[in-house]
Design a protein around this ligand. Structure first.
Ligand code: ADP
Length: 392
């Protein structure tokens, strides 16, 4: 696709404020666009089409692919710093841009943690960070596989090391033979991580934001409820006890120091009967942080833009004792945004995407003085809007 630059009419920041380029124009870039004014920056996105979610909320659009060096250079020519809406990038191309002097935040070295699950698992394991038992293989004939599967005793989880998201690229085979078939299929494109299938007590996540000078800001730990490999609901506060919360903070700090990326780092944890295990990290604003738009004094989007543009971080103070965020996922029939906004006490976020069953279309947040009310209202809003996920 030829690269072209088009400007839209959202010039809401004076010239002279930092100009942030975002690779990708999905809902995260859209919400960065909405946060740009509060962060005191301008935002230009690299979008694949003019229909992408972020095109209507950002100052300018470069059309092109996230892996295309020509498109990335066109973006780099316009902005002071480049950040990311997703991790489907080509690290070789990004390293080349850095060598040419383009400022990437997070850097390509930090992004490797999110791009390559095998690298992430190995690096965390080597550093003593607790992770599920795992083995990285490039073929189903790898001779280490059979003893590893014997040791696990049950069918494993098989994960593509690259290119997966929202449960895509994760297989839950029922038997050893199915596991071997999945591994054979998935290793055709990249190595896979084979790991133990855990009995999960729950899943929690924490966002840590790192400024250019290395200062860290910690968001509260939240509980995330997954359905069909996709986040369905996020609850603040988490349901962890004090000791486990302390453990989460210690691990999050350690992981943030290992990854050393500028901007938001989202750390997803498995809660198991042997403690917390790191599932994965993302180096961008994250679904488990959408509640911070209304629920925290500085949202994850404002904070990310402040961090990558070299500003000091904002304060992280919860604005309400309880918050619930529910994702709106396209149901079999399109829903009604108007119906969702009629429910009192909800904040409805529409990503401006066309409806498709299974597609993330928006989210609904509700705050409250007690946990039950926000839970009921957020789900009511999401159901009215159209969501396939069962109530958690
Ligand atoms: P993605 O990168 O697509 O989000 P994840 O690795 O986070 O994929 O897996 C998606 C979901 O699948 C997790 O949130 C969890 O619910 C489940 N899952 C992943 N790995 C395991 C595992 N080893 N044991 C049990 N459940 C798992």
């Amino acid at each position: 696709m030829p690269t072209s630059v088009s400007f839209v009419s959202n010039e809401h920041q004076p010239n002279g404020s930092a100009h942030v380029g975002v690779v990708g124009a999905g809902q995260l870039a859209r919400m960065m666009g909405e946060a740009a004014h509060d962060a005191g920056v301008r935002v230009t996105v690299l979008a694949t089409t003019n229909e992408d979610s972020a095109v209507t909320t950002t100052d300018a659009v470069v059309l092109g692919e996230a892996t295309d060096p020509v498109a990335l250079r066109a973006l780099a020519d316009l902005v002071d710093v480049i950040t990311f809406d997703h991790e489907l990038v080509d690290l070789g191309v990004l390293e080349q841009l850095e060598a040419e002097g383009v400022v990437l935040r997070p850097s390509s070295a930090a992004l490797r943690f999110a791009v390559d699950k095998a690298y992430q698992r190995r690096t965390f394991f080597d550093a003593g960070v607790p992770v599920p038992r795992f083995l990285v293989v490039s073929a189903s004939t790898d001779e280490r596989l059979s003893p590893f599967l014997d040791e696990l005793g049950a069918a494993p989880v098989v994960k593509a090391s690259r290119g997966g998201y929202d449960g895509r690229g994760v297989a839950f085979p029922a038997t050893r033979d199915e596991a071997l078939a999945d591994i054979a299929l998935m290793t055709a494109s990249a190595p896979v991580v084979v790991e133990e299938r855990l009995e999960l007590v729950g899943e929690v996540a924490q966002l840590v934001v790192r400024a250019v000078d290395g200062t860290l800001a910690f968001y509260p730990v939240v509980t995330s409820v997954q359905r069909a490999g996709m986040c369905a609901e996020v609850r603040f506060p988490s349901d962890l006890d004090e000791a486990t919360l302390g453990e989460a903070h210690r691990l999050s700090e350690r992981v943030a120091e290992l990854v050393a990326g500028v901007g938001v780092l989202a750390i997803e944890y498995f809660v198991t009967d042997r403690g917390l295990l790191v599932n994965e990290v993302a180096l961008r604003p994250h679904n488990t942080g959408h509640w911070t738009i209304e629920g925290v004094s500085t949202s994850q989007f404002v904070q990310h833009l402040r961090a990558v543009s070299g500003q000091p971080l904002g304060e992280v103070a919860p604005l309400s004792p309880y918050a619930v965020m529910v994702n709106v996922v396209g149901a079999d029939e399109p829903g009604s945004l108007a119906a969702a906004t009629l429910i009192d006490g909800t904040f409805v976020h529409d990503y401006g995407k066309s409806w498709r069953p299974g597609r993330k279309l928006g989210h609904v947040t509700a705050l409250g003085e007690e946990p039950a009310g926000p839970h009921v209202r957020a789900w009511e809003g999401a159901r009215a809007y159209g969501t396939v996920t069962r109530e958690a």
